[in-house]
Design a protein. Sequence first.
Length: 385
Amino acid sequence: MERQRRRQWVVDICVAVLLAGVGLLEIWAPFESVMGEGSRTVSSVGVVLFAAFLSQRRARPWVALTGVLVWPALGAAVGAEHMHLLFFGQLVPLLVLTFTIARHGQGSYRWVGTAAVAGFITFADLFVPLLAEPSELIFHWSALTLVWLTGHGLRVSADRAAAEAVRAHLAETTSREAALRAISDERARIARELHDIVAHSVGVIVVQAGAAEQVVEEDPEFARRALATIRSTGSGALVEMRRVVTMLRDPDLGHDLAPQPGIAALPDLVTSARDAGLHVDLEVTGERPPLPAGLDLTAYRVVQEALTNVRRHSEATRAQVAMAFLPGALEIEVSDAGPSRGSDDTPGHGLLGMRERVALFGGQVETDTTGGVFTVRAVLPLERA
């Protein structure tokens, strides 16, 4: 702010010096724009005085405005016949002051300054015969009006641009906060679901351990199989526990310990979507290996959220779901060719949720709109899982 004020001060000084120099040159050259008979010395003093006042037009606006009122008093004191009428030395500085009042004037100064300039011109028109000619009246009033309107227009444009910048900043801040809240909510939801998976796995371990304890002497082979199941289930539970400890959990929400859905539940999801009016084609290719419960749930949630987005944000009546089990990766694509519902539809945070879930397993999510077909593509590494 201080640097900007110094820069404005330097600019105003330079403009004042330039106007004083051109005004003095106009008097002493002289230019054809000089009107009337008068003293060059008195006119030069007036030009320098006006330029000095003009140098304060933004730093001390009321001082600059006082300079306008000095001219009538000075002319009355020395006599109008001792001063020239100047274009560069008098009218141009007055135009600069008028522009500054309209462009930068604050509060009452803007309107008092405008009235003072108008009063000064009216005074000159009434008491200076050379300015009372119709052509002079039309010229200087037209010039002053045009300059004032230009300053006012730039002021309105600058105020509007500043207001738009503030609104854009607020909108960006609001959007960022909404996205962060959506990520936090989604992480809490993921943590709850992984918690349920771990709880279910622990339940399986307890049941298998109890059964093995009862038959360890009569059926050692059954006990051995139960211990193997406990080991594999426990390993999977540890993997999910490592993920769940990184999430925030809301203790006030539900505690349903039932197993979460997975890829095996996709036909039911497709049926539900069809009942809602969206025809879904499901294609699963490749050999499905055993999947950790967390990754199995993530694959299901990706398809579920993608189909939800189709129903909410697209006018499509048909969607395609393709799931391919490749060596080391699971690829999921959900696409639809329907047009968007438009800007009136409130956007959700489904993609944020998908990215959070998939990133938890080292995968990635991307979208594509090639050929008017909106596609959500997710890749989940199987080896890392």
